[in-house]
Ligand binder design. Structure first.
Ligand code: 5GP
Length: 203
């Protein structure tokens, strides 16, 4: 019995904790679970490493990749381009790896439209007030940026109806537990199993 990997999309508004949930999942050493590495035109932040956090490209190279149809999806998020590299992800799925895409909501909807197989998980903050506090407490954004992210959050939450699963992030550990359970159940879906050993001949 062979199995292609799962394509898992995790998104939610900025400040919702989706990055931390993904890190928690990866730290659990779940067999065959990997995080995809996106391509971006954003400048690397201090400590970010090429090929580990992102593949960093300039706008000209990114546009060339769009023209060559090298992305599963791409989107402009807060003034920069981000895209999911097709070959990289498909190679891993074919090897049986389960691949997480931590991408924005526009990208998630595009994945869903292009590939029915994608499993879309929306991470919701416990409340709008809590989201506001988390962004404020991070202290990394200007007031203008915070307002922009909160306006975006409203739009993103409206897109959550496109998703297959909704997880409220009231605790990182419990949110990660729920995602692990979803992945377990998805693996047993009949449509994902290639039952090539069941070639019974009628007597
Ligand atoms: P950051 O610049 O903080 O790393 O990411 C900003 C936003 O871009 C986050 O919401 C992140 O999920 C999203 N993002 C990262 N990679 C991709 C991608 O490949 N495609 C899309 N559509 N969004 C992405």
């Amino acid at each position: 019995m062979s199995r292609k990997g799962l394509l898992i999309v995790i998104s939610g508004p900025s400040g919702t904790g989706k990055g931390t949930i993904c890190k928690e999942l990866l730290s659990r050493n779940i067999p065959n679970l990997e995080l995809s590495i996106s391509v971006t035109t954003r400048k690397p932040r201090t400590g970010e490493i090429e090929g580990l956090n992102y593949f960093f490209k300039d706008k000209t190279d990114f546009i060339k990749m769009i023209e060559n149809n090298e992305f599963i999806e791409y989107a402009k998020v807060y003034d920069n381009y981000y895209g999911t590299p097709k070959q990289y992800v498909f190679d891993r799925l074919n090897e049986g790896k389960d691949v997480i895409l931590e991408i924005d909501t526009q990208g998630a909807v595009n994945v869903k439209n292009a590939f029915d197989e994608g499993i879309l998980i929306f991470i919701m903050p416990p409340s709008f007030e809590e989201l506001k506090n988390r962004i404020l407490n991070r202290g990394t954004e200007t007031l203008e940026d915070i307002k922009k992210r909160l306006r975006c959050a409203n739009k993103e939450i409206r897109l959550s109806s496109y998703y297959d699963y909704l997880i409220v992030n009231d605790s990182i550990r419990s949110a990660a537990d729920k995602i692990e359970n979803i992945l377990q159940a998805e693996k047993y879906k009949m449509k994902r199993v290639n039952i090539d050993y069941l070639n019974f001949e009628e007597e």
